[in-house]
Write a protein of this length. Structure first.
Length: 399
């Protein structure tokens, strides 16, 4: 009997999402009755605003939504996304330059597929979202990490990017506000990076899904607003998940030059066809309706941000840069490593995260998921009481 042919080598080399893995473990422990508090998932704890849910319910009554619709998205939603892009990113685009995707992850995947060729170097500022390097490899590209630590507020410089650039460099990943760090590039920093990319003809994939979640009067300036000349070589990816507490609705999008959108649209026509029509109708309501509740969500995140930064900073050995966007804090915990806690001596942030889960029943994501060891990511998109209790458990563990 002939041995079965092997599985795909490409897919076999792809790692599971570290953030979802930690969150799944935390949920499994909760299901066993353990009082685990999880800071792992990047998911707002709020309910989707009722007017958005009502729009979906109304869509259910329309038989037109039971059928195939255009693969790039409902025309009304593409128009709403174009309007949002002008409003928040300062870029005027035609609805034909928009593709609606099954969540932001699909738009990230398709963006790399559209502009990366085999063997291309893709500059990836680190710390980075855990999905980026795997999506780059799926496009046969080579992720080239460019690390910026807490001393730089986790933001890379043009000088670092230029040092990492080679003749094979064709793409730059730019994320502001950042997952996992919450850092926001200033307009001046964004302009410098955008001008550098234009000078060298480098594609920019800019993830703007947290652009409406900024604090202390800070604005997340889009790279295409800072450098209008960059629009011809930039793909913006975004979605309704974070701003409107719609993670499970799975509606994202990509916006870019017509030729890039054309090839990505061809891919989507074979990959998924159209996104769920009811969810698309809900997204239209989210983008076009009142923003009152979305602003209230942001205010709640801001309150939690101040609390978690203040309380984490009380732990000796923990350095906490002040995040000005998203809903994550990314403490430097190198000061806790090599010391003995509850009879254990962690030497990496992976070992530290395991110790925290075992001894404090608190789930955090280790820095290894986002780049170098020595850091932890904590999401503060969870209830206020749990937020404080979890940090108090850490304070007790590391007292």
């Amino acid at each position: 009997m002939t041995e079965r042919a092997p599985l795909s080598r490409k897919l076999s080399a792809i790692a599971e999402s570290a953030t979802l893995k930690v969150d799944a473990k935390a949920k499994a422990l909760k299901a066993e009755g353990k009082p685990v508090i999880s800071y792992a998932a990047g998911e707002p704890d709020f309910a989707t605003p009722q007017f958005i849910v009502d729009a979906a319910a109304e869509a259910l009554a329309d038989p037109a939504n039971y059928r195939y619709t255009p693969a790039p998205g409902l025309p009304a939603l593409r128009e709403a996304i174009a309007a949002k892009t002008l409003r928040d990113s300062g870029l005027e685009v035609s609805p034909s330059q928009v593709i609606v995707t099954n969540g932001g992850k699909q738009s990230v995947y398709q963006a790399f597929q559209a502009v990366v060729n085999p063997g291309d170097d893709v500059l990836l500022p680190a710390p980075y979202w855990t999905t980026y390097p795997e999506a780059i490899r799926l496009a046969d590209g080579i992720p080239v990490e460019v690390f910026a630590g807490a001393d730089q507020d986790y933001k890379v410089t043009v000088e670092q990017l230029e040092a990492a650039r080679t003749e094979r460099t064709t793409v730059l990943v730019f994320v502001s506000p950042s997952n996992p760090t919450g850092s926001v590039y200033t307009t001046e920093e964004t302009t410098a990076i955008g001008e550098w990319a234009v000078e060298h003809g480098i594609w920019i994939i800019s993830d703007e899904i947290y652009q409406n979640l900024t604090y202390e009067g800070v604005k997340a300036t889009s790279i295409v607003e800072a450098v209008p000349d960059a629009a011809g070589q930039t793909i913006l990816v975004n979605g309704v998940a974070k701003t409107y507490a719609m993670t499970g609705w799975r509606v994202g999008w990509m916006v870019g030059p017509a030729d890039a959108i054309k090839v990505a649209g061809n891919l989507q026509s074979h990959l998924t066809s159209n996104v769920n029509n009811v969810a698309q109708r809900a997204a239209i309501a989210a983008l076009s309706g009142p923003q009152t509740e979305a602003l209230a969500f942001r205010d709640a995140f801001d309150r939690r941000r101040k609390l978690i930064v203040s309380e984490l900073s009380k732990i000796d050995g923990v350095r906490v840069p002040n995040p000005l966007g998203a809903f994550y804090v990314y403490p430097d915990v190198q000061g806790l490593l090599g010391r003995t806690w509850a009879g254990k001596t962690p030497t990496t942030s992976l070992e530290l995260a395991e110790l925290i889960l075992d001894e404090a029943e608190v789930a955090v994501v280790p820095g290894e998921a986002f780049g170098p060891s020595g850091y932890l990511r904590l999401s503060y998109a969870l209830g206020d009481d749990q937020l404080l209790e979890g940090i108090q458990r850490l304070q007790k563990l590391f007292a």
